[in-house]
Design a protein around this ligand. Structure first.
Ligand code: CTP
Ligand code: MN
Ligand code: MN
Length: 503
């Protein structure tokens, strides 16, 4: 199977050519660029389309060709700050207010630039404010390391995001996640909400939480949520391997709040959930890097024995440099495409023979059936889907520990004897070699970074990114890549290494 349409694409490391629309332009000496900050994505897209309909050339990416930078509710300093952050601080382009565009659109031709159209300068008082102005909107345009200065705020916002996820309010959850990501990337410790003026993705709600913490040391909403019975019960129940938000909500409605109540309730549990309950204590303890490395050596040995020459890469949070995580993720491939097919059942059999597996559920590759890999150059059916179709194994392992593993048994001596292992979650994913770069990028995370990459691809580049491929909707072709760097280049993004994808 050759899953990708292999077509040579000519690109020169950027989006410059695909954004040129001079052919459609009635006013060749005018090139517009709409600044998204404060305007928002949907309004920018709407105005872009309207402008183009009226015969204006509107570019998606700022280049030296741009003659008019149009923004809304920004001061001249703010726009200049953004331009500098993109390396275009000295552009001769006019910086004009949205009113210039609306007047031009209704006149059907570029309006004369009057004084009231020009952006007024505003004194920036602090260094922090200047820093904020240059923060790009999408998390995949930023570098987010593990250490940052605003943990009190990011933890509070993450808790609200988690609560929204548990309540299946995806939109609100993403808004809180984005707000937290903005603070993770903020270069200074926030001591005054005014520092955040002009920062992207901070809505009224998130700013209110930040303000509350600044004034009172804590946020009432966050503390009330943390204490709420519903949040605590849903967190505990979804903490069981195999239990999602829907099941947990159903159990909550039935009055179940904790493990003993769940077991007494007589609720039918599936195999994954039974394993999740049996190993609950271990699985709620983070896996350390040292434990991940032990698992890594065992996986390499098993994979190497079944398929010599295969590559095993530690992905997920550990690839981003995290010292611990809720599981261990591995991506496996082989340079000879096709050799990797059916590897999982063989590796699982080998691991079972050595008694490493407490639970596993494997699935084969379903990319061909998934209606996302068209034989003809059609667009993938579900462009922004985050689910992939690789051969995989979700498992719970007995991870050998150097010392008899006793600290949990001391607390709950139900297992009696000391054991030399701990239970830990392990994900094994197998991908065809031609999709390796996409799978590597997709499985390195963080989840928000991935989401932002796909959103950037869709909204800014008219492309569909998945863990399998990158598809250019305009050119109607797949853009192959052998490395993550090439994918960033296709997307006209600066390369961000794994350790800086901790958004
Ligand atoms: N992922 C995915 N498809 C899945 C599960 C996960 O593409 N069905 C991706 C996620 O988007 C993430 C990466 O695989 O980028 C790792 O997922 P996960 O293990 O859940 O998160 P980590 O970032 O590794 O966090 P932790 O360290 O807590 O495990
Ligand atoms: Mn992980
Ligand atoms: Mn995982």
């Amino acid at each position: 199977m050759v899953p990708l349409k292999r077509r040579k694409v000519s690109w020169t490391g950027g989006a410059s050519t695909s954004d040129s629309r001079d052919d459609a332009s009635k006013f060749p000496q005018v090139v517009l660029f709409l600044l998204e900050r404060k305007m928002g994505t949907s309004r920018r897209i709407f105005l872009t389309e309207l402008g183009r309909k009226k015969g204006f050339r509107v570019d998606e990416v700022f280049t030296e060709n741009v003659t008019h930078v149009i923004s809304e509710k920004n001061s001249g300093d703010e726009v200049r700050g953004w331009l500098s952050s993109q390396g275009h601080g000295s552009t001769p382009a006019h910086l004009v207010d949205i009113s210039w565009l609306t007047e031009s659109l209704s006149a059907g031709c570029p309006a004369h630039i009057l004084q009231r159209h020009r952006l007024t300068e505003r004194q920036t008082s602090s260094r922090d404010e200047a820093a904020a102005f240059s923060m790009p909107v999408y998390a995949c345009q930023r570098r987010t390391t593990l250490d940052h200065r605003n943990a009190v705020f990011t933890e509070a916002l993450s808790l609200l995001a988690e609560n929204a996820e548990l309540s299946e309010d995806g939109g609100r959850a993403v808004a809180f996640r984005r707000a937290a990501a903005t603070l993770k990337a903020f270069p200074e410790q926030v001591t005054d909400a005014r520092q955040l003026r002009g920062c992207p993705c901070l809505g009224r709600h998130s700013l209110g939480v930040i303000q509350d913490i600044l004034e009172n040391g804590t946020s009432r909403e966050v503390e009330a949520t943390r204490r709420s019975e519903r949040f605590q019960a849903l967190k505990l129940l979804t903490g069981i391997f195999g239990v999602g938000t829907k099941t947990a909500a159903q159990w909550f409605r039935e009055g179940i709040r904790n493990l003993p109540q769940l077991l007494q309730s007589g609720c039918a549990l599936n195999g994954a959930q039974r394993a999740g309950v049996a190993h609950y204590d271990d699985l709620t303890q983070d896996v350390t890097k040292a434990e991940a490395d032990v698992v890594g050596r065992i996986v390499e040995e098993a994979v190497g024995a079944e398929l010599p020459g295969a590559r095993v890469v530690l992905v997920g949070g550990f690839r981003r440099g995290k010292p611990s995580g809720h599981d261990v993720d591995f991506l496996i491939t082989h340079p000879q495409e096709g050799r990797e097919e059916g590897l999982i059942p063989k590796v699982v059999a080998r691991l079972e023979a050595r008694d490493f597996l407490l639970y596993h559920k494997s699935s084969r590759n379903s990319y061909a059936e998934a209606n996302v890999a068209p034989a003809r150059p059609a667009r993938p059916a579900r462009p922004a889907s985050s689910m992939d179709h690789f051969e995989r194994c979700l498992s719970i392992w007995k991870v050998p520990t150097p010392e008899p593993h006793s600290h949990r048994d001391d607390a709950a001596p139900r297992r009696g004897e000391c054991r030399r292992w701990r239970a830990a979650r392990v994900d094994l994913v197998v991908c065809p070699f031609s999709q390796f770069a996409f799978a590597l990028l997709g499985w390195t995370g963080s989840k928000l970074f991935e989401r932002e990459l796909r959103r950037w691809a869709a909204h800014r580049k008219d492309m569909s990114l998945s863990s399998h491929a990158l598809y250019d909707n305009k050119q109607r072709e797949f853009l192959p890549a052998a490395t993550e760097e090439e994918i960033f280049a296709h997307l006209a993004l600066e390369y961000v290494p794994p350790s800086e994808r901790n958004a």
